[in-house]
Every structure is written in structure tokens, then in C-alpha cells.
Design a protein. Structure first.
Lengths: 459, 228
């Protein structure tokens, strides 16, 4: 790839016939079948970029928004915060903390990040809890509870809890609340997972810990539970300055498209997601095939998860079969360090699709909206919060609906552009890292009593 | 009268300065939830005032970039999740500028839903495509460095403050003032004796404009006053 990274020929691509031919669909525009170059995919991760500074966000969100952050932070000077989760690398929570914690410290709100430790048995238990809280089956035996509580005790002995605010992320460190002192420290449980239909036994075990917190934070009202403690809404967010979302030079976008054999003179419809049945990549291909009867376009399906996950590999095989050697379907099984490539693919796209059948919040939708692209997405999980039908994108419920919207948006470019503009504004207002920093500052102020909320009707 | 008013306006000092503020909002997840219109009606009657505020006044700020088709969360849900176009239209027709209290706004919402369900009883228990979750906004007022002592400084402030500040003074203000006006118009009229300008600004349509449009319109009216 670019930047001197080594590359190899396609990890996955359609095997293409060398000869020229015509796309077979009756009534479809005649498109020459040609030899597509094999994608070049990087094999080595690039060096991580330095974290952004607060001032770097000014051109994006405006100086007044930064001034607001500074004002809110000023009232928290001298206060200390600790964030605790279960992993320093990998996963959305660690990625978010990697950006959030430096910004908090730059704002002079002293914020530490600590990671709990545990053996394989602990993480097996917490993975089981995670799946069970999503509604999966799980046998929570006394042995399971003992393992969870034993490692909790070890971490309690090892760690200190002297900060003014302590934020525990997800269920793994939830029982550290046992270290809460009656007269010091405000404790927040930040739940990143969907708790709408938890396994009752596992939730029954965890809930008494959660009830001891001062507040809980969820990513969507639909993911929350009825609790006695106040619950707040923090949408997941993207960092506009991360590798996946920062502005790219046109030449960088072109380079990635060249490497992947994408013809930028023709419309490009893209779904970025793991090869997972819940993302319905096969349904996307079917929608593309229906749309192609009327409009010319290429389809890019790019994501990961097919190399280290047996189910991912099986889904990729199903996708390849459905693609049936169509040279205009480009399937890319990308390594985890492909942020720039994904960024470039999204920017090069005419339309972004996320036809999920089940979804958490759907940050790939956020990424597409942020790039000002018209987004077609399944009306599931957190997607309708982001895609307000016909205002910031379009929601679909079927292959046929998806196909229709591809046709419509490819032939009504002004409307599509307006959706893209609104989508970007929606993200700017609600789903950026800086908005999340503001939410944390507000929550800390409310919990610590450094300010009182202003009733709407108060003069 | 108008010509005299405008000719001296550029140098006129306000009797009291205008302090531009902004606001930050923390959203609390509410206890109420509606899976059909009957439940919406019940929840509208008992939810906290902050929830009515969040789903009407506050949502306009969150979706300030949309000119058409977005009025308040209740109307949007009736349309998108319940497919009740008639109800959605009536709810979307609510103009929050007409309400000087949350109680009055709540009553209007209740009246509309109640009357719709009387005429359309089959809609009462039909399951919505997705539930409506009530939330509530906790507002914290944030001062900005901008202070206006005359019309030129006022324009400078309007030009530079955040859209949240514009929303705070132009839309939220109605509830605080309990007047059919806004902070900008009130200051222009009372502290600078610019009644006509105040009135023009107060008539800017927030439902067919984005907040950026509102900012531009205010600046246009002020500029016109300054150059005369």
C-alpha cells in the first residue's frame, strides 16, 4: 500500500475471466467484462499516528465549541478521574479511551486509565457474561461467580480508588464498586453493550453491583434497563482526526482505488463490515444485482474477520458464491490495520450501504455519514438514531428496498447530496469525540455538584 | 420614525450590555416508554417537564441543519414508527414559539393525541415499529466572551457565537422570558430602542430555516439597520 508499506496480491478477490464479455442481466446496460487487477493489500501495520491535540479540532467543530469545552473543564480543575476497562488494545472501548483520556488531560481534568488484570479463566467468564447480556444462553454456576469475584478482589487489592470520579466500562470491572467509600468518590458504570434482553441469571448476578453506582451511562435508550440510579445517554462516537476519518488528499484516495482495481469513473456502492451474516453481505449483492438491471455501478464489500474467524471464512465463501465472478463486485478481506484504506474507500464511494439485520450502534454508518455520503441502511439497532429516514439517509427493511434506494439515489444526485450534507451535520452535532468529551465533563459536573442544571423555564 | 431610528443606530449605546451565553445539554434516559399511541398519551401526561423540553425545544437544536420535515420528536415518531401521517402532521404543526410554558405545550400535545385517538381508535393499541423512549435534557448555561454594548458589537457576537448560543437566546429564551419574544429582540427593543428590528428578528421562521439561516437572517437585518 501507500507510505512504503509492503503489499501482497489479493488476499481475496473474485477470480476473473481474462476474456472480455458482457454482463448477462437482461436489459442491463452493456458493460464490458474485463480483467480487473488483483487488489494490493498491506501486510504490515503502519506506525500509529500521534494523538490529536484539542486545537486540531477547531477547524472541524469551531472555536466556540472548543471554548465551551474549556469552560466546562475549568470548573473541574483539581478534580481527578479514573477510567477502568479490561483491555488496553483492541475493541471499541480501548480505541475510544485512547482518544478521550489525552483530551481530558489536555483540558487539565486529570484523568487516568487503568486496565484490570485476570487469567484466561476470568476472561472466559467475562466473555460468557458479554454474550449472555446480549441475550445468549449461559450457565452461571457458583464456580463462574467465584472466578469473577476472585479476580475482582485481586484487582481491588492491586488498585487504588482515591479519585473524585471513577468510571467502570462494561461488566468486567463492574464489581470493583465494592471499593466505593460512603463519603468519597462518585462511581459511574458505562455500559457499551445492548442490555435490552439480557440473560436473566447473569443480569441478576450483576445488577446488585450496578445498583450501587451513582449513575449509569448507555449508548441508546433501547439498550438500557429500568434502574434505580440515574441513567444518561452517551452516543458512541468517532474521532474525525483518526486515520479512519481524517480528511485525505485526493491522490491518496485514488491510490487506494488503483490498488484495489476500482474504476472511479463509474458509480461505486460500498458496504464496509466484517464478513458476518448479521451484516447481510449476501443481501447486499442481491440488492446490487437487482439495481444493476437499471443502473450501472460497482459494488465494493470490504471488511475483515474472515481470516481468524471460521464463521467469517464461511460467510466470505457464501459471498464469493453469490458474487459469481462478477467483475464489478470487489470483495476485500482487509487486515485490521486498514484504517486509511477504509477511509479512502468510503470517500471514493457514491453510496454507502449498511444493510445489517442486527446491529449495535453501527459506527460504520457514522463514518459514512461523516464523509458526507448518502447512506442506505437497515433499520436496526442504533442505525435509526443516525439515519433519520429521508432526512439524513434512507432506511431499508429488505433486499428489494435496498435495491430501489440504490437505483433512486444513483439517479437523483441532488437529493443524494442533500442527504449526505445533512448526515454529516448530524454526526458533527451528535456523534463526534468532542461531543463525547463535553458529555463526560457535564456528567462529572452534575455528579460532583460543581454546577446545577438550569431548569428550562428558570429565568 | 424608522428612518430616524436607523440613522443614529450605529452609535447608540445600549442602556445595559447583552451577554452572549451558550448551553450544554446532558441527556438523561427517562423512565417512560411508548410502544403504541395509547402509551404515548399516558406518558405525555406524566413525564417530567424536562422530557417535553427535550423532545420539542431541544430536538430542534440537535437537528438544526434540517429545513424541512422535522419539527419535534413526537411528530417524527408518529410518522416513522407508527405510520400515522395525520397525527404526525398535527403534531408537526405545533409551533413552540407560541408556548410560554411547558405546561401549556404538554397540554397541546395531549389534546392532539387524545383527539386523534378518539377519531382513530384503531390506532390506539397498534404496535409501533420501534418504541418511543422518553429522555430529558439537563441544561448547563455557559458564558461566552462576547458582550455587546451597541449594535455593531451585537452583530459581532451573533457572527461568532456557536449555534447552540443562537438556539439558547432565540428559541429556548421563550420559556425563560415567558413572552412571545426572544433574548435578542427583547434587548434590541428595551436597551437600544430598536423595536422594528426586534420585531423583524422575532419573525424569522425557525421551522423553514436552519440555525445557520437564522444567524444569517439576523446579521442581514442588523446590517441593514447599521448602513442606513
Amino acid at each position: 500500500m501507500s507510505d512504503g508499506k509492503s503489499t501482497q496480491d489479493a488476499a481475496v478477490t473474485n477470480s476473473l475471466p481474462a476474456e472480455l464479455g458482457a454482463v448477462a442481466a437482461p436489459g442491463a446496460p452493456l458493460v464490458e467484462r474485463r480483467q480487473r487487477p488483483r487488489p494490493k493489500i498491506s501486510t504490515t501495520p503502519p506506525a500509529p499516528p500521534p494523538p490529536p491535540r484539542l486545537a486540531d479540532y477547531a477547524p472541524i467543530i469551531g472555536q466556540p465549541e472548543l471554548d465551551d469545552l474549556c469552560f466546562l473543564a475549568q470548573q473541574l480543575r483539581g478534580k481527578t478521574v479514573k477510567m477502568v476497562n479490561s483491555t488496553a488494545m483492541g475493541g471499541g472501548v480501548a480505541e475510544m479511551l485512547n482518544h478521550l483520556v489525552p483530551l481530558m488531560n489536555e483540558l487539565e481534568v486529570a484523568t487516568k486509565w487503568e486496565v484490570i488484570t485476570g487469567g484466561d479463566d476470568f476472561f472466559e467468564v467475562t466473555k460468557g457474561f458479554h454474550n449472555a447480556l446480549h441475550g445468549g444462553e449461559y450457565a452461571i454456576t457458583q464456580a463462574v461467580k467465584d472466578i469473577f469475584l476472585m479476580y475482582t478482589e485481586q484487582n481491588r487489592q492491586r488498585m487504588e480508588f482515591s479519585e473524585d470520579v471513577l468510571v467502570m466500562h462494561d461488566p468486567q470491572p463492574a464489581a470493583l464498586i465494592r471499593s466505593k467509600q460512603p463519603d468519597r468518590g462518585r462511581w459511574v458504570w458505562r455500559c457499551h453493550i445492548d442490555l435490552s434482553h439480557p440473560n436473566p441469571e447473569v443480569w441478576g448476578f450483576l445488577r446488585p453491583f450496578v445498583d450501587q453506582y451513582d449513575a449509569a451511562v448507555f449508548s441508546s435508550p433501547a439498550f438500557s434497563r429500568q434502574l434505580a440510579i440515574p441513567q444518561y445517554l452517551f452516543y458512541p462516537c468517532i474521532d474525525p482526526l483518526s486515520e479512519k476519518n481524517k480528511d485525505l488528499e485526493e491522490s491518496a484516495v485514488q491510490k487506494v482505488c488503483d490498488d484495489f482495481g476500482i474504476d472511479r469513473s463509474r458509480p461505486m456502492v460500498t458496504q464496509i463490515s466484517r464478513f458476518d451474516r448479521l451484516k447481510d453481505p449476501v443481501g447486499v449483492i442481491r440488492a446490487y444485482k437487482l439495481a444493476r438491471k437499471y443502473v450501472d455501478c460497482q459494488l465494493v464489500l470490504a471488511g475483515g474477520g474472515a481470516t481468524d474467524d471460521p464463521e467469517g471464512a464461511a460467510v466470505l465463501q457464501e459471498v464469493m458464491e453469490e458474487a459469481d465472478d462478477d467483475p464489478d463486485i470487489i470483495i476485500l478481506n482487509l487486515p485490521p490495520w486498514s484504517a486509511i484504506e477504509i477511509n479512502a474507500l468510503q470517500r471514493a464511494s457514491t453510496l454507502i450501504v449498511q444493510k445489517s439485520l442486527k446491529e449495535g450502534f453501527g459506527l460504520t454508518v457514522t463514518e459514512g455519514l461523516w464523509k458526507g455520503k448518502p447512506v442506505i441502511a437497515g433499520a436496526v439497532g442504533g442505525i435509526p438514531t443516525q439515519v433519520i429516514h429521508k432526512l439524513t439517509g434512507v432506511l431499508v427493511h429488505s433486499v428489494e428496498g435496498c435495491a430501489y434506494q440504490i437505483r433512486y439515489l444513483l439517479t437523483h444526485r441532488d437529493y443524494a447530496a442533500q442527504l449526505g450534507r445533512h448526515g454529516r451535520e448530524h454526526v458533527k452535532e451528535n456523534f463526534l469525540m468532542t461531543t463525547n468529551v463535553k458529555r463526560w465533563l457535564l456528567l462529572f459536573q452534575v455528579l460532583l455538584g460543581t454546577t446545577k442544571p438550569h431548569p428550562p423555564e428558570a429565568g | 420614525m424608522a428612518t430616524t431610528e436607523m440613522s443614529v443606530v450605529a452609535h447608540r449605546q445600549a442602556r445595559a450590555p447583552f451577554h452572549f451565553n451558550s448551553a450544554a445539554h446532558l441527556i438523561r434516559i427517562g423512565r417512560e416508554k411508548a410502544s403504541n399511541l395509547s402509551e404515548l398519551l399516558s406518558a405525555l401526561k406524566v413525564c417530567p417537564d424536562e422530557s417535553i423540553f427535550q423532545h420539542t425545544f431541544q430536538t430542534l437544536r440537535e437537528h438544526h441543519f434540517i429545513r424541512e420535515g422535522f419539527s419535534n420528536d413526537f411528530a417524527h415518531w408518529a410518522f416513522a414508527a407508527c405510520n400515522e401521517v395525520g397525527l404526525a402532521e398535527r403534531l408537526a404543526g405545533i409551533d413552540i414559539r407560541e408556548f410560554m410554558s411547558i405546561a401549556a405545550l404538554r397540554q397541546r400535545l395531549v389534546d392532539i393525541v387524545e383527539s386523534y385517538l378518539q377519531q382513530n381508535p384503531r390506532g390506539r393499541d397498534r404496535a409501533a415499529f420501534e418504541p418511543f423512549y422518553f429522555s430529558a435534557s439537563e441544561v448547563i448555561v455557559i458564558p461566552t466572551p462576547f458582550v455587546a454594548r451597541d449594535l455593531a458589537e451585537f452583530a459581532e457576537g451573533v457572527r461568532h457565537v456557536s449555534l447552540t448560543s443562537i438556539h439558547f437566546h432565540f428559541i429556548d429564551a421563550r420559556l425563560r422570558l415567558r413572552l412571545n419574544s426572544n433574548d435578542f429582540s427583547l434587548w434590541l427593543e428595551h436597551e437600544l430602542d430598536l423595536g422594528r428590528l426586534a420585531e423583524r428578528i422575532n419573525r424569522i421562521d425557525i421551522y423553514t430555516s436552519t440555525l445557520d439561516d437564522v444567524r444569517r437572517a439576523i446579521l442581514r437585518f442588523v446590517q441593514t439597520a447599521l448602513v442606513r
